[in-house]
Design a protein around this ligand. Sequence first.
Ligand code: PA5
Length: 445
Amino acid sequence: MINLNIEKTLGFVSMESVNAYEAEVMAAQEALEKGTRPGNDFLGWLHLPSSITKEHLADLKATAQTLRENCEVVVVAGIGGSYLGARAVIEALSNSFTWLQEKNETPVILYAGHNIGEDYLYELTEYLKGKKFGVINISKSGTTTETALAFRLLKKQCEDQRGKEMAQKVIVAVTDAKKGAARVTADKEGYKSFIIPDNVGGRFSVLTPVGLLPIAVAGFDIEKLVAGAAAMEKACGLDVPFAQNPAALYAATRNALYNSGKKIEILVNFNPKLHYVSEWWKQLYGESEGKENKGIFPAAVDFSTDLHSMGQWIQEGERTIYETVISVEKVSHKLEVPTDSENLDGLNFLAGKRVDEVNKMAELGTQLAHVDGGVPNIRVVIPSLSEESIGELLYFFEKACGISGYLLGVNPFNQPGVEAYKKNMFALLNKPGYEEASKAIQARL
Ligand code: PA5
């Protein structure tokens, strides 16, 4: 089970100030359970892990198997909450290099619909030429421009390359039950489709088919992932005392730090496979809390890589930051530093040591240096990069986010601010229905 350690924040905020949140945390948890605060129509994630049925998982696994059998490459098309959860889990669990091999048992997973880069999409479509590829088109609204644009290109290419009949087999939609263009297309073309529940918002949707289908296609055990999340659902339950509830304690600590002037939280990892977990986490907290001119700014770094770039700022820059380190207790492989008789690089003092021991000392040394430099440090220790641990981690952050947003006094489940750029973009592109906005925006240029 993952372990939360807030000890190294206590020189900056007192245990009393953290414990002072206990009643508010309890009220926030009750509000989540009873649905009595704003955002109560988006609480479907709260007991999702414990309510996913074996039949649902079997359906997902069967579709994943169809894609695995018929595709060398599967492109996951989606953005934001319809993209980051799948990528976070897949990259955390994947071997970093096997996808470069000529022949793979598992389809290579690529991503699209998360940008509007013409070069990216051109290069992707070039790479897919002649390849047996499939597409998972993921969009809750079914109308997101980035995803719809990429899917238009991929659908055409898949049909042209593989024929209409095979395309129908290897294109799968994950979208709303009734509305949106992705639903209309899936129904008309006869694609296999999965429903994103109405009451689960994008950034909380990793344990719906949004995340589970791509993760299963990538060859990972979605039952174990869900079991890990369900164990954490229990560990963060309403009946668990404040001091033993990791989500409650994390939410309270980050709010205590925020109110003491620490406005930026940096999520740190010492394992490059966790890069996209940080990207997922940034969306989860950024979109949930950054509103009404409030909210901790969620940033992320990969150490030790970024100790050679952002390390200086973190050590000596403005003291408005704190770190939350995800520490992986046990790595999956063993690699020792070899002895070198000439010792030209002077590294024989490391000979015989595991590479992970060096990494762990970098981690410990960094923690001490940053705490000395005025950066409070929260530690989240996960036993290993396994499906169970990642499932636990995802649910832990989700539950803490719901509590934390309510402590901050915002609705953690809406995202009114993401519409502003879309309105302008549609006006600039003369989308039908935006005539007045087009005139107004042209006048500003
Ligand atoms: O969390 C969110 O609501 C967003 O990040 C959405 O997931 C993202 O904009 C994609 O939306 P959709 O799934 O409707 O295409």
